[in-house]
Write a protein that binds this ligand. Structure first.
Ligand code: SAM
Length: 261
């Protein structure tokens, strides 16, 4: 299979994404380190510390967080660490949801190494972000996070509308995703070279799976610019502050935030 730029139906895209993540689940964490030279860890640390889960006024108030496309748990585990330890707030609960049972299984396995108090504040949910199940009620969440997930969704506007529906008024939508480096042409050229030649090759050598990593690179290319994605977030009914996003490493990744009015 080669995942080119041809138009595909939503169902076909969902199938492909399912195939990619089932085949990369086991190697996923190792591959992230290789492909990003470890930088994804710094982006995730920054994403979580800037959201600062568990910092409530007054202190210690409960917070319900949904980490969508949570995969193997990188964001959820960091949020529990931040909330429970740094902010000493054990009333923070995080649900990891993902459409792919193989990714969730790896996350569940990894979570067994967490402190017992973190484990008891964590749940797992198999769910499509575009149609969240009734278990996630309207106006029920304080924070919705999605990291390196949304570009894989077949219908991004539908997922944004779902995020808006399940958040409480005042609740925060936060997205960490690959983005555009257009502001820095030379850096962009180097980055493109790295992603289009090195990443599929690393995928082949380390995970014996060139096609899946080729797909990942192409999905980054197709994802909208910082400004266009911000406008989609507004379109779904969120308020955004300032320009609405923060570039990380020159725009290789970006954080977008919206608040439900
Ligand atoms: N958030 C994790 C992280 O930062 O390491 C995992 C990101 S992983 C690149 C993308 C995840 O999105 C995969 O686990 C995949 O199964 C999930 N995914 C793709 N389409 C989805 C959908 N429609 N609904 C929910 N999850 C989806």
């Amino acid at each position: 299979t080669h995942f080119g730029y041809e138009t595909v139906t939503e169902a076909e895209k969902q199938q492909r994404v399912a195939g990619v993540f089932s085949s990369v689940a086991e190697s996923y964490d190792r591959m992230n380190d290789f492909m990003s030279l470890g930088i994804h860890r710094l982006w995730k640390d920054h994403f979580v510390s800037s959201l600062n889960p568990g910092a409530t006024n007054p202190p210690g108030r409960p917070q319900r967080i949904l980490d969508v496309a949570g995969g193997t748990g990188d964001i959820a585990f960091r949020m529990l660490q931040r909330a429970h330890e740094y902010n000493a707030n054990r009333n923070v609960h995080v649900t990891i949801s993902d459409i792919n049972p193989s990714m969730l299984a790896v996350g569940r396995q990894r979570s067994l190494k967490l402190p017992a108090s973190h484990q008891s504040s964590l749940s797992f949910l198999e769910a499509n972000a575009e149609v969240l199940p009734p278990a996630i009620q309207d106006n029920s969440l304080d924070l919705y996070t999605v990291a390196f997930g949304i570009r894989n969704f077949s219908n991004i506007p539908a997922a944004l509308r779902e995020a808006h529906r399940v958040l409480k008024p005042g609740g925060v939508f936060a997205c960490l995703e690959f983005s555009k480096v257009d502001k820095y042409p030379i850096f962009n050229a180097i980055y493109k070279q790295w992603s289009f030649s090195a990443i599929p090759l690393i995928g082949q050598l380390v995970a014996a799976d060139r096609d899946s990593y080729q797909y990942l690179v192409e999905s980054i290319e197709r994802f909208p610019s910082q400004e266009n994605f911000r406008d989609m977030i507004k379109e779904a009914g969120f308020d955004v502050a300032g320009k609405g996003y923060e570039d990380l490493t020159g725009g290789i990744a970006a954080i977008h935030r919206g608040i439900k009015p």
